[in-house]
Write a new protein. Structure first.
Length: 267
């Protein structure tokens, strides 16, 4: 069997910012859920309004966890609503201690963790974008009109309904669509909706908060964007795991990637 060529695919700055961004994102999710526990509901309103409640995670007097989504109630005892208190027991809290930072209920500490890792994610993201622009690498990630007709064939290839992927360069059209959406739509909106939750930011830049429908509505958008980014990350991990996990991990750790049979540059 012929030895496939190995290419230097990711620079040291790309790898460092990638891992910093990923680890910061995980910490932001956990600390964000800690903050959510202090007010375990989401309202589609400019102010807290039970009549326009989209999501709530509560418990009953009988210590049964109840999750309500658009008025539909689900018993989630032991998972959500009444669950791990982070100190070896059970208590009334939305998300369990093993999922939050810190594990015990502490709003102030959760905020400190959240703001600290938010800065790490923003700085690593800006470094990735700026250095990518200087090297010209970022332009390869942006979805272009010529890539749009190749999106469906690429999806069919991932679903094993097509033998070969459509022709593409370093990044395929699905990657470009995902990264373009995350870098230029979802990530900026995540930052803006997070800032809109701050009373001082609302006072200084109220039109931005109003654009999202008010602070409570901004909180809803912030949560939805978190779910979208989790979905993106999960999809990314699944694709890495199913298309050569060792090869992809090696490239993101050492920078060296072994070329595939069909695509020439990998997924």
């Amino acid at each position: 069997m012929a030895q496939r060529a190995t290419v230097y695919r990711h620079s040291i700055t790309t790898r460092l910012t990638h891992w910093a961004f990923f680890l910061a994102f995980l910490a932001l999710i956990s600390s964000g859920l800690q903050i959510f526990n202090a007010a375990p509901y989401l309202d589609a309103s400019d102010k807290s309004n039970p009549a326009r409640r989209v999501l709530s995670i509560d418990s009953t007097d009988a210590h049964a966890g109840i999750t309500t989504i658009f008025g539909h109630r689900f018993t989630t005892t032991g998972i959500l609503g009444y669950t791990d208190d982070g100190m070896g027991g059970k208590t009334d809290r939305a998300f369990p201690g093993w999922l939050t930072i810190p594990s015990y209920q502490a709003l102030a500490d959760g905020r400190r963790w959240h703001f600290f890792f938010a800065w790490i994610m923003v700085i690593s993201g800006l470094l990735y974008v700026i250095l990518g622009l200087l090297r010209g690498d970022l332009l390869e990630l942006i979805l272009r009109p010529a890539d749009i007709p190749r999106i469906l064939p690429m999806q069919l290839y991932y679903f094993r309904l097509r033998a070969d992927p459509p022709p593409h360069g370093k990044y395929n059209p699905l990657q470009k669509l995902a990264y373009t959406s995350v870098l230029f739509i979802f990530a900026p909106l995540m930052i803006l909706t997070g800032l809109a939750l701050s009373p001082s930011f609302d006072a200084a830049f109220h039109p931005i908060t109003a654009l999202f429908g008010g602070r409570q509505f901004a909180r809803l958008w912030h949560f939805v964007l978190m779910v979208i980014l989790i979905g993106f990350s999960a999809t990314h991990i699944i694709l890495v795991a199913t298309t050569g996990v060792i090869n992809h991990l090696r490239s993101m750790i050492t920078g060296w990637y072994r070329l595939g049979v069909h695509d020439g540059t990998g997924i």
